[in-house]
Structures are given as C-alpha cells and as structure tokens.
Design a protein around this ligand. Structure first.
Ligand SMILES: Cc1cc2nc3c(=O)[nH]c(=O)nc-3n(C[C@H](O)[C@H](O)[C@H](O)COP(=O)(O)O)c2cc1C
Length: 333
C-alpha cells in the first residue's frame, strides 16, 4: 500500500498510461482481472482540452469501476494547464498527473512531455501553477532526462517534492533513447534514496518476477507496468500472488477467449471509434502462445468489418476449445 497525499493505492501496482491503448475499456478489463491499484488515462493535451477538442475530452472519459483513476495531462503553457487542471477536478478524478516523459516529436516541439526536462525554469513555473490550482493528489511521470549527458531525474525530483508534488513515476530512459536499449534501474534507486515522496518504478517489467526484482534492487514504493501488461494483463494479479507466495494464475485458452470476448463487448457498448483496429490489435496480443494463433492473427488482419473479426475469433476458439491440440505456435504473423 502507498499513500499519495490522501489517496491510498493498494496494491501499489500501476498500469502505465499508453496512448491509443489504455482507454477506459482496456483499463476496466485490467481492473476486473485484479491486482492493479491505479490506472491512468492516456496523456491528454491541456491545449486541446481548453480549446474544447472532442478528441481530448473523450480521453478523459472513465467509469467509476476504474477508481482510483488519475487523469494525465501534457502541455507547456501554465495557464492552459491550470484551466485543464480545474476541468480534471470537476470531472471527479482521484488524482492528476503531468507527463514529463513523452518523446514524440509533435509533443516536444511544443515543449511538452520530455522537453520540459531541459526547461527547468518553465517546469518549475508549471508545477507551482498546477499545485496552486488544486489540492488533488498531484503526481508527475518522468524520464531520466533529455540525453545521457543531461540526466536530471534527481534534480527534477527534488524540485517537485519541494513544490508539493505527491509522487513520481519514473521511466529511466532518456528522450534520445526513445524505447531503445534498457531502462537503467539504478537511476530509480538513486531517485528513491533522494526523496521522501513515493517513487514508482517503471520500465521493462515483463514478468511478475521482474516487478519483485525492481522493488528489491531499487527500493521503489510501487511499480508501473506498460507493454508487459498488453500481452499479459494477468500480470498485476500474478505480482500479488508472487509476493504472497500463492500459486500464479496461468490463463488457459478458455480464459483468453473470455477476455477477448469481454473486451469486444465493452468496445461495442462504448461505441468506441476505431474499434476494428483495437479488436485486431487486442486479438493479436492475446493469441500468442495459443496453438495456431499465428494463422488466426493473419486471418483477423484480413477482416474487413468488426463482425468479421468477431466471427473468425468465435470460429477459432470453438475449434480450439472443442479439440485442444498440442501444436506449436506457428511463427507466421
Ligand atoms: C504505445 C505507447 C504509448 C505510450 N503513451 C504514454 C502516455 O500517454 N503517457 C505516458 O506517460 N507514457 C506513455 N508511454 C510510456 C509508458 O507509460 C511507459 O513509461 C513505457 O512504456 C515504459 O514502461 P514499460 O517498459 O513497462 O512499457 C507510452 C508507451 C507506449 C509503448
């Protein structure tokens, strides 16, 4: 359990925000599988929100079932961020987060995301402005710095703590690195040792054992998982099981089938724009390690409509569940 101002996060296991992926439907699915203590919206433009962009507003859609839920903003204009903060508060979120990690060109060109890590004067002004605007639990999510020669995690962490930020999630790669190479967990240990507020470690956790190792090696207060949760959404629950010496959930074909079905059902209920793309993406993650999953993925990618994707999934699982075959995964897709 960790406390972020007056917000209790229990267990201290977080779903990483991932633009285009961790929408309300995905977050609810993760929550239903158990073991995830906090979810966050995809990063949302303060500029877009305050200019009434429907796309940005849609990003802040959530269900009570997701609670506690944090709204993540990005931007570089203090007054727009203050206005967006008030909107987040009015929407009833449990916490607010500022993205200081996004490496995307479009974002850093406007000085948002990781660009603020090398604009510390502006960053200080932004943090102070948001802090003065709201009493909500306020967190930041950072990278290590712009480049190898500009590592600023401890400097930014201390500044944030002094301003009254309540927790920091840390992905220890630089902006220049993007997603290449490895995240340097030793920097998480260094940040943790420098601060009193909770530090949530993030980067390259792909198994429940990785989560335990990160906690052990860095002393971080919680862990945040992104890409690893896409192919294994049971990871949060498995982390809890591992820590409590319980047998680890091993999802079988039936469990994967039910998960895909629930996901599709939620997408339909929400009338999610671009649902067919999401269905294809999701079905491809969840059919790994299922016999003949590669052939299914190929046929799904050729589907022209949502109902066609659904039919192919149904047909595949009907066969797989009726007569499970001990066949190796075909490495085609
Ligand atoms: C497709 C994708 C989208 C992402 N979008 C966001 C985002 O909106 N906000 C954010 O703070 N980080 C974002 N990230 C970074 C992740 O939250 C996380 O910090 C990073 O993937 C490292 O964690 P992992 O190794 O567990 O994936 C994104 C990452 C990916 C792969």
């Amino acid at each position: 359990m960790i406390r972020i101002k007056d917000l209790i996060v229990d267990p201290p296991t977080f779903l990483s925000p991932m633009a285009g992926l961790t929408d309300s439907v995905f977050r609810r699915l993760i929550k239903r599988l158990g073991g995830c203590g906090l979810v966050m919206t995809e990063f949302t433009s303060a500029e877009g929100l305050t200019r009434n962009s429907l796309k940005s507003k849609r990003m802040l859609f959530y269900h009570d079932e997701e609670r506690p839920v944090t709204a993540q903003l990005f931007g570089a204009d203090p007054s727009r961020l203050a206005e967006a903060t008030r909107m987040v508060e009015d929407l009833g979120f449990d916490a607010i987060d500022l993205n200081l990690g996004c490496p995307a060109k479009k974002v850093v060109k406007a000085c948002g995301g990781s660009a603020l890590l090398r604009e510390t004067k502006l960053l200080e002004q932004i943090l102070k402005t948001i802090r003065a605007t709201t009493d909500m639990p306020f967190t930041i999510k950072i990278r290590a710095g712009w480049s190898e020669s500009e590592i600023v995690s401890v400097q930014v962490g201390k500044m944030a703590e002094d301003i009254g930020i309540n927790a920091i999630a840390f992905h220890p790669r630089t902006r220049v690195q993007g997603f290449a190479g490895h995240s340097d967990w030793s920097l998480i240990g260094e940040l943790k040792a420098s601060l009193k507020i909770p530090v949530v470690g993030n980067g390259d956790i792909v198994t429940p054992e990785d989560a335990s190792r990160m906690k052990r090696e860095t002393g971080c207060d919680g862990v945040m998982i992104g890409r690893g949760a896409l192919s294994n959404p049971w990871m949060f629950r498995q982390i809890h099981e591992l820590e409590n010496r319980l047998p680890l959930t091993q999802p079988d074909v039936t469990a994967k089938y039910h998960l895909i079905k629930s996901y599709f059902q939620l997408l339909f209920e929400e009338e999610t724009p671009g649902a067919i793309g999401k269905m294809k993406q999701f079905a491809s993650w969840f059919t790994h390690a299922i016999p003949y999953g590669a052939a299914l993925r190929k046929s799904i990618y050729e589907s022209q409509s949502e109902s066609e994707v659904m039919e192919r999934i149904e047909e595949f699982f009907r066969t797989a569940l009726a007569a499970p075959v001990e066949a190796p995964e075909l490495n085609v897709a």
